[in-house]
Design a binder for this molecule. Structure first.
Ligand code: ARG
Length: 586
């Protein structure tokens, strides 16, 4: 047992441990290293499928290869039985005592078994990034929520994380926005902006820009003043930025995300670096000129007509753009911050922009291994009519309204479920339940697909929802309350996996390690949601089959309580990584 226990300090996932034991055996049989391809299985605890591919390369019979691997591997302390099935699949059942030891290690160890990052890196996470004086839309909500979960998970496994809220706070629209602010008068303008009427403000400004030539001239002159650093213009610009950030902060507060004003790193911050971007591209011989603009030709990109597509870095009129600013960002993040991983949590429609920016940064030598950039893309949020999510009046949905409605609905749902809960408590729970399901609804479906936002599903207490998981956690905590027991008193107990439901729950608990790793490898927090739902389901099955407070013996009772406690801790910790609070009572 010493062997399995030593591994457990590093990681808890028996599938990973099995893969690590099988890998040398595959290598010995093959003469080269080969992936054992270990997965969870319904036939046994785990299945290793690697023999099939290996046999093909070796030109041998896959079942024979599988048998040779099993004969060679050092499995005795971890594995109870192996069986070769079908075309060389290795079905594995773990030893109960090995699982129990791993569980004891998880209960006592840090991070509930989740393995630390193999190498701690500096990671910049670019997320949320709404635009000043424009409504923050549900896409920004999704970015905020996914980014927040990634930040929490990356920190959890030991990375140094730098959060950057790349606010759209610079560029030509600010000419018209400032002129509109002056037309309205500063007091009236700031009133409109502070109540979050950002969309109306922006629309009025752009309508005037289109229809009123004198206004358009003023707006253009204002852009020149802004770029020239005119103090009065900068003061007005600041006012727009500050009023908008005040509004964004209200949304962040309701969401309980980690973002603060210290994380603001808007486009304006990179403005001073833009001439340097051009200078370096020129020096590297990458800058070309096309139709009056400065561009970089990026191999492999074409427009709809199939013609080569360049990345424009200075428009024909001389202005820099979104791409220039993102190139400056890459430079800054790698060179000043020292990041080796750059994550951009931005909607899927911007995929081409990021591919081109990253390619240019690589061509220019700013992004060199180990430094790399990843666009963490996500799909749109749709209403139940499968169209863009809108408010009832058909207007653009304001996020504060959405969140406040969610909290109100959650309050009613909690009152329904537990009328005894004191008012104060209920409000707190409603907040945890209400703003968070928006989050959970966001984190549970496949990230790159569009998803349908449905109030009823979101607040349901059953199914793969945030409230279901929060409720599962609170229910476990109530077992300890009813038994007047301190959960800490069972934390040293080594569980006994007697009946199948105990064993299944134990295996599920050990999966936390792999689930966190998987969510981080793919940058898809929803994979952790799926795991937590599975864990809660295993717990329900266990709880239906196994009396806890009225177990047969003191020993059995302590063992079951230990499983309960560990489940509650994994649920709370997993939800916490998704940015969702888990109240003790609901
Ligand atoms: N403000 C942009 C938008 O609303 C998103 C910015 C994302 N981050 C970046 N570095 N480009 O679409």
């Amino acid at each position: 047992m010493a062997h399995a226990h030593a591994d457990a300090c590093l990681m808890a996932d028996p599938l990973r441990l099995l893969a690590d034991r099988l890998a040398p055996a595959f290598a010995a049989v093959a003469g080269v290293s080969a992936d054992p391809v270990v997965r969870a299985s319904d036939r046994a605890d785990a299945q290793a499928n690697g023999a099939l591919a290996l046999a093909k390369t070796l030109g041998r019979n896959p079942r024979e290869v599988a048998e040779a691997v099993v004969a060679t591997a050092d499995l005795a302390d971890l594995v109870a039985t192996t069986e070769i099935a079908g075309p060389g699949f290795i079905n594995v059942t773990f030893r109960d005592d090995a699982l129990a030891s791993l569980l004891a290690g998880v209960a006592a160890g840090p991070r509930l078994g989740a393995r630390p990052a193999p190498a701690a890196e500096t990671v910049v996470v670019d997320y949320s990034a709404p635009n000043v004086a424009k409504e923050m839309h549900v896409g920004h909500l999704r970015s905020t929520v996914i980014g927040d979960a990634l930040v929490r998970m990356l920190e959890f496994v030991g990375h140094r994380v730098v959060r950057e809220n790349h606010l759209g706070d610079w560029g030509t629209p600010f000419g018209m926005l400032i002129e509109h602010l002056l037309d309205l008068g500063e007091t009236e303008a700031s009133r409109e902006l502070s109540v979050g009427d950002l969309d109306g403000f922006y629309k009025q400004a752009s309508a005037k820009f289109r229809n009123d030539p004198a206004f358009a001239d003023r707006a253009r002159a204002r852009v020149v003043l802004l770029q020239g650093g005119d103090p009065e213009t900068l003061r007005l610009w600041r006012e727009l930025v500050d009023e908008s950030t005040r509004y964004f902060d209200q949304v962040y507060e309701l969401l309980d995300v980690l973002l603060t004003d210290d994380d603001l790193a808007g486009e304006s911050r990179y403005d001073p670096l833009l001439p340097e971007v051009l200078r370096r591209l020129e020096a590297a011989g990458l800058l070309a000129h096309s139709e009056g603009a400065d561009v970089v030709w990026v191999p492999g990109f074409e427009n709809r007509e199939g013609e080569p597509l360049p990345l424009i870095v200075r428009k024909a009129g001389g202005g820099f753009n979104y791409a220039t600013s993102d190139l400056a960002c890459v430079m800054d993040r790698v060179e000043r911050i020292g990041a080796t991983l750059l994550l951009y949590v931005v909607g899927a429609p911007q995929a081409q922009h990021f591919q081109m920016v990253f390619s240019v940064a690589e061509m220019a030598g700013w992004l060199r291994p180990p430094a790399r950039a990843v666009h963490v893309a996500f799909g749109s949020i749709l209403g139940t009519d499968r169209k863009m999510l809108r408010s009832r009046s058909g207007a653009v949905l304001k996020l504060v309204d959405l969140l406040e409605e969610a909290i109100a609905r959650a309050d009613a749902a909690v009152r329904d479920k537990n009328p005894e809960l004191p008012e104060e408590r209920r409000r707190d729970v409603a907040r945890a339940v209400g703003s968070r399901p928006v989050q959970y609804a966001d984190l549970s479906p496949d990230q790159v697909r569009d998803y349908v936002f449905d109030w009823d599903r979101m607040l349901a207490f059953d199914g793969n929802t945030g409230p279901y998981l929060q409720y599962a956690h609170a229910r476990i905590r109530s077992i300890f309350r009813r038994g007047e027991l301190d959960p800490a008193s069972v934390r040293g107990v080594r569980p006994v996996l007697g009946v199948p439901q105990e064993r299944a729950l134990g295996l599920a608990l050990l999966g936390f390690d792999g689930a966190v790793a998987d969510a981080l490898d793919t940058f898809q927090p929803h994979r952790l949601s799926t795991y937590l739902f599975d864990l809660a389901t295993r717990f329900t099955e266990f709880y239906e089959a196994c009396p806890v407070l009225r177990a047969d013996s003191d020993e059995q009772r302590a063992s079951r309580l230990a499983l309960c406690d560990l489940t509650a801790r994994v649920l709370a910790s997993g939800l916490g990584l998704l940015g969702i609070r888990a109240p003790d009572e609901m």
